[in-house]
Every structure is written in structure tokens, then in C-alpha cells.
Design a protein around this ligand. Structure first.
Ligand SMILES: Nc1ncnc2c1ncn2[C@@H]1O[C@H](COP(=O)(O)OP(=O)(O)OP(=O)(O)O)[C@@H](O)[C@H]1O
Ligand SMILES: [Mg+2]
Length: 490
């Protein structure tokens, strides 16, 4: 946290001061009153269910010295603004600008795309953390109009690298977040179909990702996925806006690419990282290099996230061989994302229940098939992929068919919203035994208790709101689907 006076907070947010102007905020800026520390600024966001302002008195009692709120609060030191979330954004923008003015070597990396943002943020965070100067890349998603400014405001005078995730569920979101972050290095991962309900089409999703190009610091670098045609096509726009373009991917033309990709039986990918000399940090020249990488993350799709990370880190001045070594050492950062647990009874649980959309569902299922190999039984426990709009039925149906094509041994489809996964599997030729539809988590628990066998590999995945991650936790702990119970048999 950078120290701020109440009057500076009022100035940055255009707010009205109902507090001593010289009050000093010296603790973290938080919107969750439970996270208040001595000297905090408490941001009282009006929510759908609860009004943050109701927690302001408690926050002050716990040590907050100032409150940002939409109204005056009796006897509390408040900066009053019209729109608390916008004010929080304005504050983050001001603080970041100030930090940049004081330290021209501050770098802001931004990551946007339909899937892989948090994973890439965690990878890049781990690669950059070993560099001089502090790196901010907090665990979790923090990609919203609240999460991103709160992340920025975690910066201190020592912070030199901000690795920020930019999320969007409608046009304009990325542009707004980019106007706060003003990234020098902007990664665009992919234009998939996540939240398509609110965008209308995949092209519109790609255009929304492109908003970051307008928000970037002048003369920045756009790091674009060459394997995604819609993202690769943004190169022209980036160049027009005066940015450099560096591409990553598996296609031959990419500046940073993966060659000779293999995936082992644990689902982890190895590849040769090829980097064109032109990618070297500004002012440097380098020869093309080729260095080996073995990821600890599970899933071939992470090769793409690793390449994006490599491109960004190399642009920031880290040598390719060092990047390769750090990528190979990097572990999973945030929970419920391809989290693998090897149980004592030989069951492998792959918990990818943090979220789901068609792209990540396909990626996870392919990983499951690879991990099953020729010898192990594979089980997929799948729930609804939300926010897919009109295409929802077809998208679920397609996943069911993919499950059959990948020869997954047992499919458990959980909840009405996911029903068409089951239907698709049946249509594609699955037998009644192989695909089971159950209405809820309890029924899923029963099926797993009954049918899971020692040595199985089981994947759990759905949109976050479905709550399937509970099942992921229970399977990992062995409280569901234990194969050592007397009753476990098939
Ligand atoms: N390149 C990729 N292709 C397909 N799926 C991916 C890719 N990268 C990550 N995933 C999968 O997408 C899911 C979400 O990953 P992650 O949390 O990194 O994405 P995110 O973009 O941050 O998502 P959110 O928008 O929910 O914040 C996980 O299941 C992960 O395995
Ligand atoms: Mg995320």
C-alpha cells in the first residue's frame, strides 16, 4: 500500500470529504470488512444482497481509518462519491500513475482472454517474482472492476511488476480496466465462447479483448496468440496504434513457439521453447534460442499459457533459458484448476471445478483421456457450462459427443443445466451404463460411491456457480467415492 491522506483520496476520486483531510491511510485498501487491518481504507461497495456501508462502523472499529462510500455515515470518516466502484478505479489509476512517475522501471503486464488468464497470471507471477523488485500477482482471479483496482492498490514503493488479470463479461469492461492499468505488455490469450450470452458472437468477444490495445501505454507490446485466428488478426490494429507485436503459439510463424510437444502419463507437457531473436527486450539483440521446458501444470493446453508467459517475461528482460527453468519449476497457483490429488487407493482426482466453458471443458477432457492412457479407467463428472446463451444446448451436446470419442469410461452428468451433455453422449453411441444423468450433487455422490474403482482417474468440472468444486474437495479427501469401503464394487 502506498500511503495516502484522506484529502488525496478525495482528490483522486472527485469525492467529498467528510473526514479530517490529514488522516493517513497506511494499511491495505479492502472491500471485505473481515480483511481490515490497522490504517486500512474500507471501500463500502453497494452489493446486490448486502450494502458495504452497513459494515463500515465495524470496519472502523477494527482499525480502518477512512471509508469510501456513496453516502455520509454518522460519525465515521468518509469520502463520499457517487459511484464507489468507479472511485476505487480512479484511486488505483492515480496511485499507479504516481508510482510510475517515481519509478520509471515499473512494469504492468495485463492478461486477457476467454480461458487461461489466472493460470498465466500465476505462471508469470512466479517467473517475475525472482527478478529484482516486488511483483504483485495475487492468488485467485481479481479481474473485475473491483478486483483489479484492489490488486493495483496492493502495490508498495518497492513494487516493480504488476501482473494483472483483465476479465470481461460485456463490451467495454476490458477498455475500462486497461484505462486503469495502462499495461506496457498486454497478453491476449484467446477468443473463446465464455460469456458469449452477453457478447453475441466470438468475433464480438475478440473485439472486446482488443479494447486493451487502446488502453495500453504508448509504445507498448501486444503479445498475441498466433494459434487463435481472431487474436492473431488483431496485429494490424496493434501496429496502427503504435505498439509492437510479438506472437506466441504452436504454429511455425510464431515468435515464441513450442516445438516437439509431448504429454506424459501424468498429463504434463514437455516441449522445446523456440524464441526468435527479435523478441529480446527493448534495445537488446539476441540470437534465436531453443531451450527445453517441462511443465508441472497438468494439461496440454497450458503449453499456450506457458508460451504467453515466456514471451512477456523475455520482453521484460529475463533470459530465455532462465524463463524456461522457472516455467519448469512453476506450480499451480490458484485452487480448483486442474488440481491433481493421488489418493492412497490409487484413484487420481483431477479437480478442475473452478469454472467451465466449452474450450476449457474440451482441454480438461483431453487431459483426462491422456492420463487414463491405455490402462486406467477414466471418469468424468461434469456440470453445466453457464452463460452460453442460445448456443448452450449445442455446446453441451458437443461435449457429450467428445466424451464418447475420447473413450471416457464413465460419464456422470450433474444437474438439469448439463442434461444435454448426457443426451449428446447417448446420441453419439454411449450405452446407458456409461453415461449417467443425476439431478444433483447428492445423487452424484451416490453414483461415485457405488461405481468408482481403485486406479480410476476422475475429472470434476462445471461452471463455478454449480458448486461442483465441493465434490472435487470430497473426492480428493476420499470422503466420496472411496474404493476401500466394503460396499465399493462394480
Ligand atoms: N489455453 C487454454 N485452453 C483451454 N482451456 C484452458 C486454457 N488455459 C486454461 N484453461 C482452463 O480454463 C479454466 C480456467 O482457467 P483459468 O482460471 O486460468 O482461466 P481464467 O481465464 O482466469 O478464467 P476466469 O474468466 O473464470 O477468471 C481451467 O479449467 C483451465 O484448465
Ligand atoms: Mg481468472
Amino acid at each position: 500500500m502506498i500511503e495516502l491522506t484522506a484529502s488525496e483520496v478525495a482528490q483522486a476520486t472527485g469525492g467529498r470529504l467528510a473526514a479530517d483531510p490529514d488522516l493517513r491511510v497506511v494499511g491495505p485498501v479492502v472491500s471485505d470488512s473481515r480483511k481490515v487491518e490497522a490504517g486500512s481504507l474500507f471501500v463500502a461497495l453497494p452489493g446486490e444482497k448486502v450494502d458495504g456501508a452497513d459494515f463500515a462502523a465495524g470496519a472502523v472499529a477494527d482499525g480502518a481509518v477512512l471509508v469510501l462510500a456513496a453516502r455520509e455515515l454518522d460519525g465515521l470518516p468518509v469520502v463520499v462519491v457517487d459511484d464507489v466502484a468507479r472511485a476505487l478505479g480512479d484511486l488505483a489509476r492515480t496511485v499507479l500513475d504516481r508510482l510510475r512517475a517515481a519509478h520509471p522501471d515499473v512494469k504492468v503486464f495485463s492478461i486477457t482472454g476467454s480461458a487461461g488468464k489466472t493460470t498465466t497470471k500465476d505462471l508469470l507471477g512466479q517467473v517475475m517474482a525472482a527478478e529484482d523488485g516486488g511483483t504483485i500477482a495475487p492468488t485467485g482471479s481479481f479481474n473485475s472492476e473491483v478486483g483489479l483496482p484492489l490488486t493495483v492498490l496492493r502495490g508498495t514503493d518497492d513494487t516493480r511488476n504488476f501482473v494483472l488479470e483483465l476479465g470481461a463479461d460485456k463490451p467495454g469492461d476490458i477498455g475500462y480496466l486497461a484505462s486503469i492499468a495502462r499495461p506496457q505488455i498486454a497478453i491476449i490469450l484467446m477468443a473463446g465462447t465464455a460469456h458469449i450470452e452477453f457478447f453475441g458472437s466470438q468475433d464480438a468477444i475478440a473485439q472486446a479483448k482488443a479494447e486493451v490495445l487502446t488502453g495500453m501505454a504508448p509504445g507498448g507490446v501486444a503479445v498475441l496468440n498466433a494459434d487463435d485466428l481472431r487474436i492473431a488478426a488483431l496485429a494490424g490494429r496493434a501496429t496502427e496504434l503504435g505498439h509492437r507485436v510479438v506472437t506466441f503459439g504452436r504454429v511455425r510463424g510464431a515468435d515464441v513457439r513450442a516445438e516437439d510437444v509431448t504429454v506424459d502419463a501424468t498429463g504434463r507437457a514437455s516441449f522445446a521453447l523456440r524464441v526468435r531473436g527479435r523478441v529480446a527486450a527493448a534495445g537488446e539483440t539476441a540470437d534465436d534460442v531453443r531451450v527445453p521446458v517441462t511443465l508441472r501444470l497438468v494439461g496440454e493446453h497450458h503449453v499456450s499459457n506457458a508460451l504467453a508467459t515466456a514471451a512477456a517475461a523475455i520482453l521484460a528482460g529475463v533470459a530465455p533459458a532462465v524463463v524456461a527453468a522457472r516455467l519448469s519449476a512453476a506450480g499451480p497457483g490458484s485452487p480448483h484448476r486442474m488440481a491433481v490429488t493421488e489418493r492412497a487407493d490409487g484413484v487420481t482426482v483431477v479437480d478442475d471445478a473452478y469454472n467451465a466453458n466449452p474450450e476449457s471443458m474440451r482441454a480438461a477432457l483431453r487431459s483426462l483421456a491422456v492420463m487414463g492412457g491405455r490402462t486406467r479407467r477414466t471418469v468424468a463428472v461434469l456440470g453445466e457450462m453457464r452463460e452460453l446463451g442460445e448456443g448452450a444446448r449445442a455446446a453441451h451436446d458437443a461435449i457429450g459427443r467428445l466424451v464418447v470419442r475420447l473413450n471416457i469410461k464413465l460419464l456422470v452428468v450433474v444437474g438439469d443445466g448439463a442434461y444435454h451433455i448426457h443426451e449428446g453422449a447417448m446420441q453419439e453411441g454411449s450405452w446407458g451404463e456409461e453415461s449417467v444423468f443425476v439431478p444433483d450433487l447428492d445423487a452424484a455422490r451416490e453414483v461415485l460411491d457405488e461405481r468408482l474403482l481403485a486406479g480410476d482417474v476422475v475429472l470434476v468440472k462445471a461452471s463455478n456457480g454449480v458448486g461442483l468444486w465441493r465434490l472435487g474437495d470430497e473426492l480428493a479427501a476420499g470422503t466420496v467415492g472411496s474404493t476401500t469401503d466394503a460396499g465399493a464394487q462394480e
